[in-house]
Design a protein around this ligand. Structure first.
Ligand SMILES: Nc1ncnc2c1ncn2[C@@H]1O[C@H](COP(=O)(O)OP(=O)(O)OP(=O)(O)O)[C@@H](O)[C@H]1O
Length: 577
């Protein structure tokens, strides 16, 4: 909690001047709150006393109070909104930037919907806290104290009796505040989970349609929303009890004030104007306190959003500043050695890779083969520095763990099995491979790759929008963009998770040709899914349940390794299919 308060205070420090203005506004508001009862008391008494000169003077003051109240309210709302927007904007950028710097392990253990809920929903709540709620928390008691002093001036016995309400309402707020905070935290957790599920549902719509699992999905979502509903109800009950009891205490105070006030008029202790002012002032004593109970509830809710945000901000970053892309093509000799590398995704769980050692010579073409789940893609993820491991990986005899991330990345062009595309045009998506590339360079590259269809067959050529995640393109077109992007990057080591399933025969042949051309130009590691690719390789690594089962050329392995022979047969059948 201490950490949260200092984080929040840092925002106050950042906007010192604006908070000072807000305080000026706040104190002006308190003065105006007191000016109105003063006006009511004096105008009533001067009218009842028939003093027209005084009446006119007080009326003019009343008009001035009105004008000031308008200006005070205008600036109060303006400044509060400015602070809330500033905090939201700043925190959102900070959080987004932090997410970009977190290690990949973080993303393999969290849900994307929850992370987006942090950046959108929780940040909004914290903005409200800093702009509105926090100020109300100070404003309420200050107004109440000022009004109370005025009340004492009017009739101290009556004021003291009515003043008993303050501590009582604070006690009520404290009792309910704790449960409010707990329920709000749990509620937000459920909201995040359902947000994740909505996101997954939208992404999986074709699967839901074709497998007719709409009812199942709706049922699961129903379960999630039921939890939200139940937490909402619990929250509603606490809010109702909080508000009901504080309002009742408030009303009780008015009953006492009217009853006793009327008695004091009867015995000539106070005037009618004074009672009017007293009741108006009492509003300022009662409502800040009864409202305070509610504001306290909102504060607890906001603090649990803060907790969630700052929990993420406390996660150790992989980078202090985001690495910039380095020019990849200038590197010459590029060999890789993997020495006794072991890895598991979760600490203490089953090893996904166990004591892997391999060497890839400069400009060698290496195929990694193995059954599904044998750990092929995981080897790529470790080469790319996504996860920490035991053992050592070296490129050109340098330990990759001693390289900066940008330095490591300059070695690799990577094509994964999944295609990662951003909304934008085909051209923009290919250009991520080399942000300096001219359109003409990209066109030449596509011509050389014989991916002309990306220029000629799409409605707006390279300016065609790919849609969210490439949803507006065919699977083959998405793969071609990913491959073209990696080749445009022109790094000396090409990591290719052979995902050529969506390519037509002609395009597949074309990719094979590109890989063949790489043979003497750059170091290439292919997770091979095709017999034709495997046969091209200089060297093959056979992986089985996270261990290297055999290594060698295709002919060597066919001669000496039965496991490989069987595996290869499966690939040949796959190719024929
Ligand atoms: N993010 C992750 N968290 C936990 N386990 C994972 C994660 N990614 C992969 N695994 C597990 O690691 C093992 C190896 O996965 P990997 O993707 O490396 O296999 P692969 O050989 O590339 O398989 P395929 O041929 O199906 O692509 C699998 O058992 C998988 O369940």
């Amino acid at each position: 909690m201490k950490g949260i308060y200092s984080e929040l205070f840092a925002y106050v420090k950042k906007k010192k001047f604006t908070y000072v203005l807000l305080m000026v506004c706040l104190f002006t508001g308190i003065l105006l709150d007191l000016a109105l009862p003063w006006f009511m008391m004096n105008i009533t008494d001067s009218a009842l006393g028939g003093n027209t000169k005084e009446f006119r003077f007080i009326l003019i003051i009343g008009i001035l109070i009105l004008l000031f109240t308008f200006a005070q309210n205008y600036f109060d709302v303006l400044i509060k909104n400015y602070i809330a927007s500033f905090v939201r904007n700043n925190l959102r950028l900070r959080l987004f930037d932090h997410y970009l710097k977190l290690p990949m392990q973080f993303f393999s253990k969290t849900k994307s919907g929850e992370n987006s809920s942090r950046i959108i929903n929780d940040v909004n709540v914290v903005g409200d806290l800093m702009g509105n709620t926090l100020v109300s928390l100070i404003q309420g008691p200050l107004v109440a104290i000022a009004a109370f002093i005025f009340l004492i001036n009017i009739q101290w016995q009556l004021a003291l009796i009515c003043g008993l309400i303050g501590p009582l309402i604070i006690l009520i707020g404290k009792i309910f505040g704790v449960s409010m905070r707990r329920i709000s935290g749990e509620l937000q957790e459920q909201v995040s989970q359902s947000q994740s599920y909505i996101q997954e549902t939208m992404n999986n719509m074709p699967f839901i349609r074709t497998y007719l699992i709409g009812n199942l999905v709706a049922e699961k979502f129903g379960g999630l929303t039921k939890k939200i509903f139940n937490y909402d109800l619990k929250k509603g009950k606490i809010q109702a009890a909080l508000q009901g009891s504080s309002q009742a205490v408030g009303f009780l105070t008015f009953l006492i004030a009217f009853g006793l006030g009327a008695y004091f008029i009867l015995i000539g202790e106070i005037t009618i104007g004074a009672l009017l002012a007293f009741i108006q002032l009492l509003n300022h004593v009662v409502w800040p306190f009864s409202g305070l109970a509610q504001v306290w509830g909102t504060t607890q809710e906001s603090l649990s959003a803060c907790e969630r945000i700052f929990r993420v901000l406390k996660e150790k970053r992989q980078f202090t500043s985001l690495p910039e892309a380095l020019t990849a093509s200038s590197l010459e000799s590029n060999h890789i050695s993997v020495d006794k590398v072991s890895f598991s995704y979760d600490e203490g769980s089953k090893k996904i890779l166990n004591d892997i050692s391999l060497k890839v010579k400069e400009n060698q073409f290496v195929a990694i083969v193995g059954h599904n789940g044998s750990g092929k893609s995981t080897i790529f993820k470790l080469l790319l520095g996504f996860f920490p491991y035991t053992g050592m990986i070296k490129i050109n005899n340098k330990n990759t763990n001693e390289m900066t991330y940008a330095e490591l990345m300059q070695y690799f062009s990577f094509v994964s099995q999944d295609q990662y595309l951003f909304s934008g045009t085909v051209l923009e998506n290919i250009r991520y491979g080399n942000l300096q590339a001219k359109e003409s360079d990209i066109k030449t590259l596509l011509k050389n790759l014989k991916f002309d269809d990306l220029m000629n067959h799409l409605p707006n050529g390279l300016a065609t929008e790919v849609g969210e995640g490439g949803s507006g393109l065919s699977g083959g077109q998405r793969q071609k963009i990913s491959i073209a992007r990696a080749i445009l990057r022109n790094a000396p080591i090409f990591l290719f998770d052979e995902a050529t399933s969506a390519l037509d025969y002609q395009s597949e042949e074309q990719i094979q040709e590109v890989l063949l051309n790489f043979k003497n130009e750059r170091t290439t590691l292919v997770i091979a899914h095709k017999a034709s690719t495997i046969k091209q390789a200089d060297y093959i690594i056979v992986l089985d349940k996270g261990e290297i089962r055999a290594k060698g050329s295709h002919n060597e392995l066919m001669n000496k390794d039965a496991y490989y022979r069987d595996l290869y047969k499966e690939y040949v059948v796959g190719d024929a299919g």
